[in-house]
Write a protein of this length. Structure first.
Length: 279
């Protein structure tokens, strides 16, 4: 078990799961943290950002050091998937609960409505963003959506990227929800933390499509039982079969080796995800 000291005003201790730091936090902890970050706006030289982790993101980081650095540089990293919740409990965070990205997004929207925070939506399809905005405003009528942008599926040109950064800055956004999927959204937040000082970013992935109603969510009982992967696999088998059929079993095997101390993952001071094999 490795529990690292709190970093960047993180809401709780962080535990290393296969070399990726995961915060032992809660919805309430993340709401307080977001509020604190926004209150500090203008006094921090970089943007703050939170990653919302599942098996896919942890396993991608396990094999990709650059991506691991983007995750481990984050100011907070919530356990979105139940396998990560079980991992944290096994590593000592006995009362850990899931912090589900779509629900966290709604909780942040509710707090933003009460406190007057301005939101920006980055990601999703061009036709999805107005539907998402309207759905959020129907749920939270006083919510202030300051702007939104649907980036191209290809890598944006430097000119396109600079124009988007200027648009976010000009909007006066306090929170940017980034919904361009794993691993692109975490890399995007890491790469833009220096150009969006004072902004708080959350990588929420499929939450855009869920709240816009373009993709179905798994029933609550499947989410609670850790079977959301099965529901999503049934919905999109051609796109997701490798992620769930190959990565999930490998994750469980590697986690078992970590818990047995056959593999050790020291706190990654520089964002590297390197296992040390014991004799």
């Amino acid at each position: 078990m490795v529990i690292t000291p709190e970093r960047h005003n993180c809401s709780g201790p962080q535990l290393s799961v296969l070399g990726t730091l995961v915060s032992a936090t809660s919805y309430g902890g993340m709401l307080r943290l977001c509020r604190t970050w926004i209150e500090e706006k203008g006094r921090h030289p970089q943007a703050r950002y939170a990653v919302i982790l599942n098996v896919h993101s942890v396993m991608t980081a396990w094999s990709d050091r650059a991506y691991a650095k983007a995750l481990n540089t984050a100011d907070a990293a919530t356990p979105d998937g139940m396998p990560l919740v079980w991992a944290l409990r096994s590593l000592g965070a006995a009362g850990q609960r899931r912090v589900y990205g779509p629900d966290l997004m709604l909780a942040l929207c509710g707090q933003a409505t009460r406190l007057g925070h301005r939101l920006y939506l980055y990601g999703g399809r061009e036709e999805t963003l107005p539907v998402l905005r309207d759905a959020l405003k129907k749920r939270f009528p006083a919510l202030h959506v300051a702007g939104m942008h649907s980036p191209p599926f290809r890598a944006p040109t430097p000119e396109e990227d600079a124009a988007c950064v200027c648009d976010i800055a000009a909007s006066g956004a306090d929170i940017v929800f980034v919904g361009i999927g794993v691993p692109k959204q975490e890399r995007w937040m890491y790469d833009h933390r220096g150009s969006l000082a004072g902004v708080v970013m959350f990588g929420v992935g499929a939450a855009f499509d869920f709240h816009a109603g373009t993709v179905r969510q798994a029933p609550a009982w499947m989410q609670g039982a850790g079977l959301e992967w099965l529901f999503r696999l049934c919905m999109e088998p051609r796109r997701l079969w490798k992620r769930y059929v190959l990565l999930n079993p490998l994750f469980l095997l590697l986690l078992a080796l970590q818990l047995l101390r056959i593999l050790r993952y020291p706190p990654p001071a520089d964002g590297r995800s390197t296992a040390e094999q014991t004799a």
